[in-house]
Design a binder for this molecule. Structure first.
Ligand code: CTP
Ligand SMILES: C[C@](O)(CO)[C@H](O)COP(=O)(O)O
Length: 258
C-alpha cells in the first residue's frame, strides 16, 4: 500500500434528504497526445502519485459518491486495477475498472454500461482534471438532486474569443469571421452531473460528435444548468498544465501541513 494520504472528507449530505445513490464514471482511456510522449496521461505522476489516483480520490472525497467506475486504456484494465489497489481510497467507496474505447464518448458509454442498478445520479469526470475540489463535486451533485437533468461546472472566460475560418493548409492565416460576446460564454469543466436515465438516453440516441456529455443532453432538447466551476479543476492537457498542477498540489500539501 502507498502511504500517500487520503484527501479530507466533505460534509455528510443534508439531513432529511431521501437517499439517492451517486456514482462517478471516470474516463481515463486517453493517450494524452498533447502532453507529449510517455505513458497514457491518466497514469502519469503528479506529486509522485498517478493522476488517475488523484481523480478517483477527488470523487471519493465526496461523501455522496459510493461507486467510482474507472474507464482504463483498452489494454490496461489489469494495470489500472493493480495501481488502484496499491493506493489508499476511502473504504466506503467501491471501485470498478473497465476497459475504454477509441474516443472519450465511447469510453464514457462503456463506463455507463458497467454501472450496476441502484445509482440514480451519475457524475462523469475526466481523469485529466485531477485537482477538482470537493466543494465543486458536491455543488454539482446538489444541483442534480434539486431536479436538474444535467449540470456542468462553468467559469467565465479570461480571453476574448474569435471565431475563425479554419486555415486552408497548415501555417496559412485564419481569417476572423466573428467576435462572440464573451459575457455569454463559459468554459465548462467536469464533473458533469446527470440524472442517470437522462445520461443513458443521451448515450443511447445521440450520434453527433460532441466534446462533452452535457452537449449530448442539450441535443435531446433538455436544459443543462451551470454551477460555479473552480480554477483548480483545470484539465491537464499540455506540458505547462502539468507544471501548474504540481504547483497547486505543492501549495495544498504545504497548507495541509504534509
Ligand atoms: N479514448 C478516450 C479518449 C479520452 N478519454 C479520457 O477523456 C478525458 C478528457 O480527454 P483529454 O484530456 O482530451 O485526454 P486525451 O484524449 O488523453 O488527450 P489528447 O487529446 O491530448 O490525446 C481524459 O481523462 C481521457 O483519459 C478516454 O477515456 N477515452
Ligand atoms: C469534457 C471536457 O473536459 C469539458 O471541458 C472537455 O470537453 C474534454 O475535451 P477534450 O478535448 O476531449 O479533452
Amino acid at each position: 500500500m502507498s502511504d500517500d494520504p487520503l484527501p479530507p472528507s466533505s460534509p455528510t449530505p443534508a439531513p432529511g434528504r431521501p437517499t439517492v445513490r451517486t456514482a462517478a464514471v471516470i474516463p481515463a482511456a486517453g493517450r494524452g497526445v498533447r502532453l507529449g510522449p510517455g505513458a497514457p496521461k491518466a497514469l502519469r505522476a503528479l506529486g509522485g502519485t498517478p493522476m488517475l489516483v488523484h481523480a478517483v480520490r477527488a470523487m471519493a472525497d465526496s461523501r455522496a459518491v459510493s461507486l467510482v467506475v474507472v474507464v482504463a486504456p483498452p489494454d490496461g484494465a489489469g494495470e489500472v486495477t493493480s495501481l488502484l489497489d496499491a493506493h489508499a481510497l476511502p473504504e466506503r467507496t467501491d471501485v470498478l475498472v473497465v476497459p475504454g474505447g477509441e474516443s472519450r464518448k465511447e469510453s464514457v458509454k462503456l463506463g455507463l454500461d458497467a454501472l450496476p442498478e441502484g445509482y440514480d445520479i451519475v457524475l462523469v469526470h475526466d481523469a485529466a482534471r485531477p485537482l477538482v475540489p470537493v466543494d465543486t463535486v458536491d455543488a454539482v451533485i446538489e444541483a442534480v438532486r434539486d431536479g436538474a437533468p444535467a449540470v456542468v461546472p462553468a467559469l467565465p472566460l479570461a480571453d476574448t474569443v474569435k471565431q475563425v475560418e479554419p486555415a486552408a493548409a497548415p501555417g496559412e492565416p485564419e481569417p476572423v469571421v466573428a467576435t462572440p460576446d464573451r459575457s455569454t460564454l463559459r468554459a465548462v469543466q467536469t464533473p458533469q452531473g446527470f440524472d442517470r436515465a437522462t445520461l443513458v438516453r443521451a448515450h443511447g440516441t445521440v450520434t453527433d460528435d460532441v466534446t462533452d456529455d452535457a452537449g449530448m443532453v442539450e441535443l435531446l432538447g433538455l436544459t443543462v444548468v451551470t454551477v460555479p466551476g473552480h480554477e483548480e479543476a483545470f484539465k491537464v492537457t499540455r506540458p505547462l498544465d502539468l507544471v501548474l498542477a504540481e504547483a497547486v498540489l505543492a501549495r495544498r500539501r504545504l497548507n495541509d501541513g504534509f
